[in-house]
Design a protein around this ligand. Structure first.
Ligand SMILES: *[C@@H]1O[C@H](CO)[C@@H](O)[C@H](O)[C@H]1NC(C)=O
Ligand SMILES: *[C@@H]1O[C@H](CO)[C@@H](O)[C@H](O)[C@H]1NC(C)=O
Ligand SMILES: *[C@@H]1O[C@H](CO)[C@@H](O)[C@H](O)[C@H]1NC(C)=O
Ligand SMILES: *[C@@H]1O[C@H](CO)[C@@H](O)[C@H](O)[C@H]1NC(C)=O
Ligand SMILES: *[C@@H]1O[C@H](CO)[C@@H](O)[C@H](O)[C@H]1NC(C)=O
Ligand SMILES: *[C@@H]1O[C@H](CO)[C@@H](O)[C@H](O)[C@H]1NC(C)=O
Ligand SMILES: *[C@@H]1O[C@H](CO)[C@@H](O)[C@H](O)[C@H]1NC(C)=O
Ligand SMILES: *[C@@H]1O[C@H](CO)[C@@H](O)[C@H](O)[C@H]1NC(C)=O
Ligand SMILES: *[C@@H]1O[C@H](CO)[C@@H](O)[C@H](O)[C@H]1NC(C)=O
Ligand SMILES: *[C@@H]1O[C@H](CO)[C@@H](O)[C@H](O)[C@H]1NC(C)=O
Ligand SMILES: *[C@@H]1O[C@H](CO)[C@@H](O)[C@H](O)[C@H]1NC(C)=O
Length: 302
């Protein structure tokens, strides 16, 4: 045999070994990862399910026996197990609390408990789910503070915790949510200063904090948010501070709502915001003259 042929045989054999070991590694064990099964059972134990929507959560395997609201990856992952991709438990009249075991669903992309009657606080362990893309907890009765652990999701697109009873401040850590487009925290009892650091969020499109208990001042740096379309903070109490001048530079803004915020002083020149369609500055103590610039032709509500 020529040396090159020997090398070819050796190469083919090597590839075969490689392929068989990969296959062994990815053998389909046909079941959900045991840690996730344990977690799902704990999650259910902490819920009250008056309509018995989750009654099938006591038979078989979550991913292969079609548990209600549990959506898994179509294929097994590298460890040979099925993994939970989404927990869709919206609008089931569930009450009870969110189990810290949610943090063990380590490959999850969507956590959805919208429109139930969940109470208690948001477990910080949810911050362990680094794959999370949508965190939807709006329309419940959740209370207590926002855990700073929720600020480190590298892929989070949306955080919706609006219409709950959340109190305490907005954690500065939220400035790390650099993929987040939608930040909905309105209709809670969030207090304190809006961290100026949040002006570093490169993807932010909707920033909704209306109907809370915020104080301090409106950060002038928010004019640096490159993609902001909606800024809604009405019904808070900004201690008689002014609307930052820089807000006249928010070039993409469509909606600015600062009604009933205890703001004073002059109104910035909003005429340089080309597509501004909705402005509400009413029920404040603004004074001085209306800026001379002509507002956007897109204005529909003022
Ligand atoms: C939950 O159960 C109730 C009562 O059986 C049913 O009407 C409702 O459609 C279920 N909701 C969901 C989201 O499965
Ligand atoms: C899973 O259950 C739902 C109702 O709970 C049913 O509509 C659906 O067809 C089931 N899917 C499979 C693959 O069994
Ligand atoms: C929450 O509970 C209240 C009564 O405690 C009930 O009136 C309401 O319909 C429930 N809401 C949801 C979304 O289940
Ligand atoms: C939700 O549950 C509450 C009691 O827990 C009940 O009064 C209400 O009618 C339920 N609503 C729906 C839509 O099932
Ligand atoms: C979550 O991560 C922390 C470290 O950040 C770790 O100590 C903890 O055990 C994890 N919890 C769960 C439920 O995975
Ligand atoms: C977001 O932050 C991570 C880590 O901090 C970084 O690797 C990534 O490039 C950032 N992405 C954007 C769009 O800024
Ligand atoms: C938020 O709270 C305000 C003031 O209490 C209320 O008028 C409004 O309907 C609430 N919005 C939602 C979406 O619940
Ligand atoms: C807002 O905070 C004040 C104290 O600073 C408190 O008295 C009031 O009840 C709070 N309001 C809400 C809606 O949380
Ligand atoms: C702003 O008002 C809140 C209560 O609404 C108060 O706790 C805080 O000390 C005030 N801050 C300043 C700088 O006046
Ligand atoms: C608006 O932005 C321009 C250019 O970035 C800057 O020169 C100007 O000072 C800004 N105006 C305000 C009021 O911040
Ligand atoms: C606006 O109000 C502030 C403080 O209340 C006052 O110092 C200022 O002179 C007023 N400006 C005008 C133009 O009335």
């Amino acid at each position: 045999m020529y040396p090159s042929t020997v090398w070819t045989y050796a190469w083919v054999f090597g590839m075969f070994l490689c392929w068989s070991s990969l296959r062994a590694g990815a053998q389909d064990l046909g079941i959900t990862h045991p840690a996730e099964v344990t977690a799902l059972r704990a999650i259910k134990r902490s819920l009250v399910d008056p309509n018995k929507n989750l009654s099938n959560w006591n038979r078989g395997d979550p991913c292969t026996a079609n548990w209600t609201g549990v959506l898994c990856y179509n294929t097994i992952l590298d460890d040979g197990y099925h993994h939970v991709q989404e927990l869709q438990l919206l609008n089931m009249n569930l009450s009870g609390s969110l189990s810290p075991e949610l943090g063990r669903l380590s490959y999850m992309k969507i956590l959805d408990f919208m429109w139930n009657n969940m109470s208690g606080s948001i477990p910080k362990e949810i911050g362990n789910i680094t794959t999370l893309e949508l965190l939807l907890l709006n329309g419940n009765k959740l209370s207590g503070p926002l855990p700073e652990e929720l600020g480190y999701f590298p892929k989070l697109d949306r955080i919706q915790i609006d219409q709950n009873q959340i109190s305490g401040p907005l954690p500065k850590s939220f400035a790390n949510l650099n993929k987040t487009k939608h930040f909905h925290m309105n209709n809670n009892s969030i207090s304190g200063q809006i961290p100026p650091e949040l002006s570093k969020l490169p993807s932010l499109v909707h920033f909704l904090l209306d109907n809370n208990n915020l104080s301090g001042y409106l950060p002038p740096e928010f004019s640096e948010l490159p993609n902001l379309l909606i800024l809604q903070v009405d019904n808070n109490n900004f201690n008689g501070t002014t609307i930052p001048d820089t807000y006249s530079n928010m070039s993409k803004l469509l909606k600015l709502s600062l009604r009933n915020c205890n703001l004073q002083g002059p109104i910035p020149d909003l005429s340089r915001i080309p597509n501004l369609g909705y402005v509400d500055l009413s029920s404040n103590q603004l004074n001085g003259s209306l800026p001379l610039g002509k507002l956007s032709d897109q204005i529909t509500t003022m």
